[in-house]
Write a protein that binds this ligand. Structure first.
Ligand code: FAQ
Length: 320
């Protein structure tokens, strides 16, 4: 076989298919179908944007945390989220897109971010519940992504999941402290759980029958489970945690099904999900406006960094 033969479209596709079938990783230097590249850029960019926008609901409570210890923990968590966004933008860049371009698409509302971050944080209990339920759902969804077929994404996810695990625990621990406090604190935790439960279930995406991307993403080894499988796993995981905490999950249809060895549960309000995803959620406008403003305010930092980099490379060239 000549080198030219090895690069025919059929052979390139066959090489890609063989790598996926052997459950090995595709790396940036490898040939990949355009649709695989596009799907990864879409998912990784949405994921990165979610981490960056996800800093806002919690940032809202940084100056109102009830103690220095709680503030330090929350600050560390929000900083981790910025870091996750950076790892993910870097992973997306290995696919040939530019972080600047992705940021523009986010602030122009041309790319999505997770629906969950379009809900407001109304009480301090929301910070604990975000750790418990939102990070809990993120972990259920993201641990399988550590085995994603695209190497840079899979490797970024390993580190992210370790940090998400700390995020989940700090939230749960903060709720335990409140549940051991006053009646008013217990009511606050229950009220917050009532508001966040259904939006957390929506984080997993539409029901399998309405998910246009799942089938192909699973065939490519990007997603390892369907949206409904992961949602079920999250419900089964959360029920004993809610019981240990002493809160009630706001779903009258939630019960153990012995035959399925899993919990039955009610249907999320999919019309609400569609509204939030299409920009009409309670805080969509506020989140994007805030992000846009932060981007404009940061222009001088980007300019200074560029000028510094230019100066260094000019010096290196002069010295060479
Ligand atoms: N929100 O065909 P599918 C975090 C869109 S990070 C908005 O099922 P797919 C950390 C979907 O993009 C949370 N849009 O799509 C943290 C698609 O639209 P498109 C983010 C959604 O990709 C914690 C359309 O609906 N995590 O929480 C949502 O196969 C605390 C059809 O859907 C990730 O991004 C949604 N919930 O499956 C930070 C994980 N669901 O693009 C701060 C990686 C679906 O065709 C504080 N992503 N859509 O126009 C994934 O696993 C997948 O992309 C899914 C969606 C499962 C989210």
């Amino acid at each position: 076989m000549t080198t030219a033969d090895a690069h025919t479209p059929e052979r390139l596709q066959a090489g890609f298919d063989a790598t996926i079938a052997a459950d090995q990783r595709i790396e940036p230097r490898d040939w990949m179908p355009d649709a695989y590249r596009r799907t990864l850029i879409r998912q990784i960019a949405q994921h990165a944007h979610s981490e960056i926008i996800g800093m806002q609901p919690e940032g809202n409570w940084l100056l109102r945390a009830p103690s220095l210890r709680r503030r330090a923990i929350l600050l560390a968590k929000v900083q981790d989220e910025a870091g996750h966004g950076m790892y993910l933008y870097a992973a997306a860049e290995t696919l040939g897109v530019d972080r600047e371009e992705l940021t523009e698409k986010l602030i122009d509302a041309k790319q999505k971010y997770s629906s969950i971050f379009n809900y407001p944080t109304l009480s301090w209990a929301d910070i604990g519940v975000i750790g418990w339920l939102v990070d809990g759902a993120a972990i259920a969804n993201q641990v399988p992504l550590c085995r994603c077929s695209y190497g840079p994404y899979a490797r970024a996810m390993i580190r992210i999941c370790k940090e998400e695990s700390f995020h989940q625990r700090q939230g749960y621990e903060s709720l335990l402290a409140m549940m051991n406090g006053t009646d008013a604190q217990r009511e606050m935790v229950q009220e917050s759980t009532n508001r966040w439960w259904w939006p957390s279930l929506m984080m997993f995406g539409p029901a399998d029958g309405d998910s246009p991307n799942t089938h192909r993403s699973m065939a490519w080894g990007i997603k390892r489970h369907t949206n409904d499988e992961l949602r079920q796993r999250f419900v089964d995981m959360s029920v004993p945690q809610a019981a240990a905490l002493g809160v009630t999950l706001p779903d009258p249809d939630l019960r153990w099904n012995d035959e399925r060895q899993a919990h039955d549960f009610g249907e999320p309000d999919w019309s609400e999900f569609r509204a939030v995803v299409s920009g009409a959620g309670p805080a969509n406008r506020q989140r994007l406006e805030h992000r846009r403003r932060a981007h404009e305010d940061g222009a001088w930092v980007r300019e200074a960094a560029r000028a510094y980099a230019d100066k260094r490379s000019a010096r290196t060239e002069a010295g060479a």
